[in-house]
Design a binder for this molecule. Structure first.
Ligand code: ADP
Ligand SMILES: N[C@@H](CCOP(=O)(O)O)C(=O)O
Length: 291
C-alpha cells in the first residue's frame, strides 16, 4: 500500500494560460493505492459528496487506465472541487505518483505529467497539464507540448476561495478564441517578467507579470465581487492579483509580512459582496510526496 500527498495548485497565474502553474504548500489531497484485481475508488473529505466514485468519471480512473495499474484507491480530499485550486488534478497527480511506484512502472516525475493530465480531460474536456505539472513536480512550472520545466521557489501567496463553485468546463467556454497582436505582445512581456520573478523568488516582479488582457477579464466576470477583492488585496499590500485557474479562487502574491493583511482584506471584500470565503495563507511549495 502506498500513500501520496499531492498539493493544490494554481494554474495560469494570469499571463500563462494553460502553461504556468504553481504548487501550493497547502491544502492537499491524500491518496492511498493498493493493488487489486479491479479498480475501486472511495472518496472522503472536503466536497466528497460532489465527486464521482465511478472510475470512468473520476480523474484517477484515467490514470489507472493509462498506467494499466488496477487498484483499490482511497482519496481524502483536502482541495475542494470546482475551486480553481486544481482539485481534480491533485487526486490525479497523487494517483500517478502512487501507482507508478506500486507497479514499479519506472516513469520519471516529468513523464507522469501527460499521464495525470488524461484525468483532466475526463472532467473539463481538455487534457490541460498546467495543474498536474506543479502537483507532481512542485514549485513553479512551465508546461508546453514539449514537456515541463520547473523552478523551486517559496514565493508567498494568498488563495482566497469563495463559497461558490465554478466548473473548469464551464469557465473554458468564456475563453476568447482570438486575441489582438497588441494583447499578445503585452501577455508575452508579462509572462516573461513573471518567469524572471519566479527564478529570483521576487514577489514584486511576479506580481508585475500577472496581468493578462485576454482570458482573465472574461473569467473575472464569473466571480461576484472580483474587482473589489482585487482592489482590497492591492490596498493591503499585494504585489499582484489574478484569477486562480478557472476560478472562483482569487490568488494574490505578496511579501510574507503582508500576507496576513492581504488575506483578511480579501475575505472582508468578499463578505461585503455577500459571499463567505476562506483565505489560505500559503506559499509556492513542493510537489507530490510519498508519505
Ligand atoms: N478526484 C477528483 N477530485 C476532484 N474533482 C473530481 C475528481 N474526479 C472527478 N472530479 C470532478 O471534477 C470537477 C472539478 O474539477 P474542476 O472543475 O476542474 O475544478 P478544480 O478547479 O477544483 O479542479 C467536479 O465536477 C468533480 O466532480
Ligand atoms: N488552464 C486551465 C486551468 C484550470 O484550473 P482549475 O484549477 O480551475 O481546474 C483553465 O484555465 O481552464
Amino acid at each position: 500500500m502506498i500513500t501520496v500527498r499531492a498539493p493544490a495548485t494554481s494554474a495560469n497565474l494570469g499571463s500563462g494560460f494553460d502553461t504556468f502553474g504553481a504548487a501550493l504548500a497547502r491544502p492537499a489531497d491524500v491518496v492511498t493505492v493498493e493493488k487489486a484485481e479491479t479498480t475501486s475508488i472511495e472518496v472522503t473529505g472536503v466536497g466528497a459528496q460532489y465527486i464521482p466514485e465511478d472510475p470512468e468519471k473520476n480523474t484517477v480512473g484515467a490514470v489507472v487506465e493509462a498506467l494499466e495499474a488496477p487498484a483499490a484507491i482511497h482519496i481524502d480530499k483536502g482541495v475542494r472541487p470546482a475551486s480553481g485550486l486544481g482539485s481534480s488534478a491533485a487526486s490525479a497527480a497523487a494517483a500517478a505518483v502512487g501507482l507508478n511506484e506500486l507497479y514499479d512502472r519506472g516513469y520519471s516525475r516529468e513523464e507522469l505529467v501527460p499521464i495525470a493530465a488524461k484525468g483532466e480531460a475526463v472532467v473539463s474536456g481538455v487534457a490541460h497539464a498546467d495543474n498536474v505539472a506543479p502537483a507532481i513536480v512542485g514549485g513553479f512550472t512551465v508546461t508546453t507540448p514539449n514537456g515541463t520545466h520547473g523552478v523551486e521557489t517559496g514565493v508567498p501567496l494568498v488563495a482566497c476561495l469563495p463559497d461558490v463553485a465554478v466548473s473548469t468546463r464551464d469557465a473554458r467556454r468564456v475563453v476568447p478564441e482570438t486575441a489582438s497582436m497588441e494583447d499578445v505582445v503585452e501577455t508575452v512581456g508579462n509572462a516573461a517578467t513573471l518567469t524572471i520573478g519566479m527564478c529570483r523568488s521576487d514577489p514584486e516582479l511576479v506580481g508585475e507579470g500577472m496581468d493578462d488582457p485576454v482570458v482573465t477579464p472574461e473569467r473575472a466576470r464569473l466571480i461576484t465581487g472580483y474587482d473589489d477583492v482585487r482592489e482590497a488585496a492591492f490596498e493591503a499590500g499585494a504585489d499582484g492579483v489574478t484569477v486562480s485557474g478557472a476560478g472562483p479562487t482569487v490568488l494574490a502574491v505578496c511579501t510574507e509580512s503582508d500576507r496576513r493583511h492581504v488575506a483578511a482584506a480579501m475575505v472582508d471584500a468578499f463578505a461585503n459582496a455577500g459571499i463567505e470565503s476562506r483565505a489560505y495563507q500559503t506559499r509556492i511549495g513542493r510537489g507530490a510526496t510519498v508519505l
